[in-house]
Design a protein around this ligand. Structure first.
Ligand SMILES: NC(=O)c1ccc[n+]([C@@H]2O[C@H](COP(=O)([O-])OP(=O)(O)OC[C@H]3O[C@@H](n4cnc5c(N)ncnc54)[C@H](OP(=O)(O)O)[C@@H]3O)[C@@H](O)[C@H]2O)c1
Length: 334
């Protein structure tokens, strides 16, 4: 087992101020857990940007290593399900929120949260997907469990140029859905068509009206933006449609009429990727590995940065100015 010091982004709270520090740590500094992972890749999520900036209350105690995603190899394990050298991933499950996270060369965590890498993925492609893709696939699972089918009609995806949005565009279109992508970035529109969107709309140009119920345009939606967009999606969703509420990039409160629920039977499904039961977590990763190919993942998340450089990406992400797609974080490249 390595006794060499290693780097991690550990967040401190100092007189009420959040201070992320790129620190040299030893294994003794990490929290408890049966499994020690030698990290190869992580990825950058909106939640990580909130945690590292202090803009959102993501970290439950201090100091704590940030990073809600990690993939790497087992260094050591007292959990019999894993042996040294196994390739694994962790997304959510409190990583980088309640326990020391993935922006670190080593991650120690409970075996319950560790997922064997499914066939078809390596540690880099797993992190190209990360929490964003896992959440998109979970949204699809929840919607389909509630009756959603490609034949019912188009699915709207909001915040489509972001991580969760772009993976939802790709995942739903690969599963046979006609996807209408909503993106405020005109420069991302061709790229989104390339990922599978049949139509791309700037939110300001959409004809979703202002009344509690409008003509139905969509059979369902995946909403990563929240705020004022969510009630508009409710108003234009067809009979028995499902809206998966994933995110709050555009606001965390909304006011909506009950009519879409009681007159059209629309369902609003809450998606929480963090607390997904292990069997569903494993099944969802297998679905992702089967559905998304390498070429597609390189188009969504071809951008790679070193662990030391992650702070440069935080502000653009929070301001909605990040480059389209996702950023993979290189830690201990295999
Ligand atoms: N529920 C869960 O388990 C779960 C899991 C993952 C993510 N999330 C949430 O989903 C949302 C997206 O996460 P992400 O990691 O995909 O983030 P991201 O890569 O930064 O994408 C966010 C996208 O939202 C759009 N957007 C619209 N208004 C915005 C605003 N005022 N500020 C910033 N962006 C705005 C932008 O897309 P366009 O320019 O294309 O419109 C932006 O690219 C976040 O709220 C995140 O917390 C939730």
């Amino acid at each position: 087992m390595s006794s060499t010091p290693f780097h991690a982004w550990r967040v401190h709270r100092n007189a009420g101020r959040i201070e992320p520090r790129y620190e040299l740590l030893s294994l003794h500094d990490l929290g408890p857990g049966e499994v020690l992972i030698r990290a190869e890749y992580s990825s950058l999520n909106y939640k990580d940007a909130l945690a590292l900036s202090g803009r959102g209350k993501i970290l439950r105690h201090f100091p704590l290593i940030a990073g809600i995603d990690v993939a790497g190899r087992i260094e050591s394990s007292t959990d019999p399900r894993f042996k040294p050298g196994d390739h694994v991933l962790v997304t959510g499950c409190g990583l980088g929120e309640e326990t020391d996270g993935g922006f670190s060369a080593f991650v120690r965590i409970a075996g319950e949260y560790v997922i064997p890498l499914p066939n078809g993925l390596d540690t880099r492609s797993a992190m190209q997907i990360g929490t964003a893709g896992f959440t998109a696939a979970l949204a699809c699972y929840r919607m389909e469990t509630n009756g959603q089918q490609p034949t019912a009609g188009p699915i709207a995806v909001t915040g489509a140029s972001g991580g969760a949005g772009s993976l939802a565009v790709a995942y739903f279109s690969r599963r046979g859905y006609r996807v209408v992508a909503f993106s405020s970035k005109p420069s991302a529109h061709d790229w989104l068509r390339g990922l599978g969107a049949r139509e791309v709309i700037a939110p300001g140009d959409s004809d979703m009206g202002a009344r509690p119920l409008e003509s139905a345009h969509y059979a369902g939606a995946v909403d990563t933006v929240g705020g004022e967009l969510l009630p508009r999606l409710l108003a234009v969703t067809d009979w028995w449609g499902n809206i998966a509420a994933i995110g709050n990039a555009g606001g965390d409160t909304f006011t909506a009429s009950v009519y879409p629920f009681i007159l059209r039977g629309v369902s609003l499904l809450g998606i929480n990727s963090m607390a997904t039961p292990r069997p569903l977590r494993i099944k969802t990763w297998e679905n992702l590995a089967r559905t998304l190919d390498r070429d597609l993942l390189d188009r969504i998340a071809g951008r790679e940065i070193a662990l030391a450089d992650i702070m440069d990406s935080i502000e653009p992400m929070l301001a909605g100015r990040a480059q389209p797609g996702r950023t993979v974080v290189r830690i201990g490249k295999p």
